[in-house]
Design a protein around this ligand. Structure first.
Ligand SMILES: *Cc1c(COP(=O)(O)O)cnc(C)c1O
Length: 465
C-alpha cells in the first residue's frame, strides 16, 4: 500500500498493538466538524437550506477516510438542527453536551445490556440510576426500572407487563383505558398486543385537556357491561399536544379500588419527579405501578433516553423472564435483557448517568424551570384578544386565531407556519379535535427572550386588521 493511501487508512477495528493514532485523529476530525456545526448554528436554520443531500452507496473497494469525512460533513449540514434557537416545533431539544460523550463511550465500549457478563458495570449503572429515580418518585425498595429505546417501547413494556400480571394475556376481552389526548404510541401498542381498536377505551378530556373523571367512571361501567376486562388505566403526565396533566390522584384511587394496573405515561412530565420543582408535589405518582420517563425530551439527553420505573421490579422479571440459555443466569446475576422487550441493547444509560451527574438536581431544576418560564413569557405577550390558547403547567402551548372559522383558520395556520419557517422559526401544526392548531414547545435552551418576543410580535401582527 503506498504511503499516501495508508495515511488515510485506519484498521477495520481499533488497534490492539499500536497507539491508535489514526482512530484518535478520526475522532478529532469528526468532533471538529460537529463542533463547528454547533458554533455556526445561528447562521444556519432549523431545517437545512441545502436540500441536495445524497446518500452514497457502498462500493466494492470501500472508500477512504477523507471521503467519509466529506459524507459526515454533508450529512451534518443537511440535518435538522435542534440547537437552532428557532427549533421550537417538537419535543426534540438540543443534545446536552455531556450526553454526546455518553454515546461515544457507549459505541467504543460496545457492551450489551442483554446480560451482566456482557456489561458488568453498565448493568450496575442502569440498575442504580433506575433505583435512584424510583426512589425520587417515592417508590419503596421493591421498585426498580429498565431503559428502552424510547417512550413507545416503555409504554409497551408497561402494557405487556400489566396484561401478563393481570392474567389476561390471552383474553380477547382484555382492554386498557387512555384519554382521547393520550399519545399515539398506545394505538401502536394495541396493534402489537393484538388488542382490537374497540378494546382501547377512550375517555373524554375536559376543557383543560385532562382526563374527565365522570367520563372515566362511565366508560368503566360501560366496559363492564360489555364483558370487557380492563387490565390497565393510563394517565398522561404532560400530553403531547398541550402539556396537560391527567388527575393522577383520582385515577389512582379508581385503580386501587378495582385492582387495576395504573400506568403513568410521564414521557414528558415525569422528569419533574427528579427535580425540586413543585409541579408534581400534590400528585402521588408513587401510587402508580409503572411510569415512563423520557429524559431525551425535557433534559435533552441525546436520543434515545427513556426509562420505565416500576413499583415492583419482580413484575418485570415474571413477565419477561425466559432464561437465556447461552449466558450465565441465576438469581444473583443481573441480566437486564430479562426485564423488558429488547434483547441486545446499547449502553444508553451512560449518557443519562453522565448527564444527571453533571447537572445535579440544581442543574435539572434550572433546565426545567427555564423551559416553563419561557412558555409563560410567550403566553403573556401573545395577544389574548387575538388568540385562543391551550396550555397546561408544562412548556408546551397551542393556539389558534380567535373567532375564525375552521376553514380560514386551517389556511391561516399553514400560511403562518410556513412564513415563520422562512424566518428560521420552526413550530408545529398538529391536528387536534377536528382542526389544525399551531404549537410551540419551549424546550430549547438556546431560545432567548428576544427571540420569543420577536415571534410573538410576528404572530400578533399577522392578525392586524
Ligand atoms: C414522546 C411521547 C411518547 C413516545 O416516546 P418516543 O420516545 O417518541 O417513543 C409517549 N408519550 C408521550 C406523552 C410522548 O410525548
Amino acid at each position: 500500500m503506498d504511503n499516501d493511501l495508508k495515511k488515510n487508512k485506519i484498521d477495520y477495528f481499533p488497534s490492539i498493538s499500536s497507539d491508535n493514532k489514526e482512530l484518535f485523529s478520526l475522532l478529532n476530525r469528526t468532533s471538529k466538524i460537529l463542533c463547528e456545526w454547533f458554533s455556526e448554528t445561528k447562521s444556519l436554520s432549523p431545517l437545512p437550506s441545502n436540500k441536495d443531500f445524497k446518500c452514497s452507496i457502498p462500493n466494492e473497494s470501500g472508500c477512504d477516510i477523507k471521503l467519509l469525512l466529506e459524507d459526515i460533513h454533508n450529512l451534518i449540514y443537511c440535518s435538522f438542527n435542534p440547537s437552532h434557537p428557532g427549533s421550537l416545533a417538537h419535543l426534540d431539544p438540543p443534545p446536552l453536551a455531556i450526553s454526546i460523550v455518553g454515546d461515544l463511550i457507549s459505541g467504543g465500549l460496545n457492551n450489551n445490556l442483554l446480560a451482566e457478563e456482557l456489561s458488568p458495570c453498565i448493568s450496575i449503572v442502569e440498575k442504580e440510576i433506575c433505583n435512584w429515580i424510583a426512589n425520587q418518585i417515592g417508590f419503596n425498595n421493591l421498585s426498580g426500572g429498565i431503559a428502552a429505546s424510547g417512550g413507545t417501547l416503555n409504554n409497551l413494556n408497561a402494557l405487556v407487563t400489566a396484561r401478563f400480571i393481570s392474567g389476561l394475556e390471552s383474553d380477547p376481552n382484555a382492554c386498557f383505558v387512555i384519554s382521547e389526548d393520550a399519545h399515539s404510541s398506545f394505538k401502536k401498542c394495541a396493534r402489537i398486543l393484538g388488542i382490537k381498536q374497540e378494546n382501547i377505551i377512550l375517555v373524554k378530556t375536559d376543557n383543560n385537556g385532562c382526563m374527565f373523571i365522570p367520563s372515566l367512571i362511565q366508560e368503566i361501567d360501560k366496559a363492564k357491561n360489555l364483558g370487557k376486562k380492563i387490565f390497565s388505566i393510563i394517565a398522561t403526565l404532560g400530553t403531547t399536544i398541550r402539556g396537560a396533566i391527567d388527575p393522577v390522584n383520582e385515577i389512582a384511587q379508581i385503580c386501587r379500588e378495582k385492582n387495576i394496573w395504573f400506568h403513568i405515561d410521564g414521557s414528558i412530565g415525569g422528569i419533574f419527579s427528579i427535580s425540586n420543582n413543585s409541579l408534581l408535589e400534590k400528585l402521588n405518582i408513587n401510587v402508580a405501578n409503572s411510569i415512563t420517563i423520557n429524559p431525551q425530551k425535557l433534559l435533552g439527553i441525546a436520543k434515545t433516553s427513556s426509562l420505565l420505573l416500576v413499583s415492583d421490579i419482580s413484575n418485570l422479571k415474571r413477565t419477561f423472564y425466559t432464561g437465556l440459555p447461552y449466558v450465565d443466569s441465576s438469581n444473583e446475576i443481573l441480566n437486564r435483557g430479562e426485564l423488558g422487550i429488547q434483547g441486545s441493547r446499547p449502553s444508553e444509560i451512560i449518557k443519562l448517568w453522565l448527564g444527571l451527574r453533571y447537572l445535579g438536581t440544581k442543574g435539572i431544576d434550572n433546565i426545567l424551570e427555564e423551559t416553563i418560564s419561557k412558555k409563560s413569557f410567550f403566553e403573556e405577550i401573545l395577544d389574548n384578544n387575538k388568540f385562543d390558547t391551550f396550555t397546561g403547567p408544562l412548556h408546551i402551548i397551542t393556539f389558534i386565531p380567535k373567532n375564525m372559522n375552521k376553514e380560514n383558520s386551517d389556511q391561516w395556520t399553514l400560511k403562518v407556519k410556513n412564513s415563520l419557517l422562512r424566518n428560521k422559526i420552526m413550530i408545529s401544526r398538529p391536528f387536534y379535535k377536528g382542526r389544525y392548531l399551531l404549537r410551540i414547545v419551549f424546550g430549547n435552551y438556546n431560545t432567548s427572550e428576544s427571540d420569543i418576543r420577536e415571534m410573538a410580535d410576528f404572530l400578533n401582527k399577522q392578525l392586524e386588521k
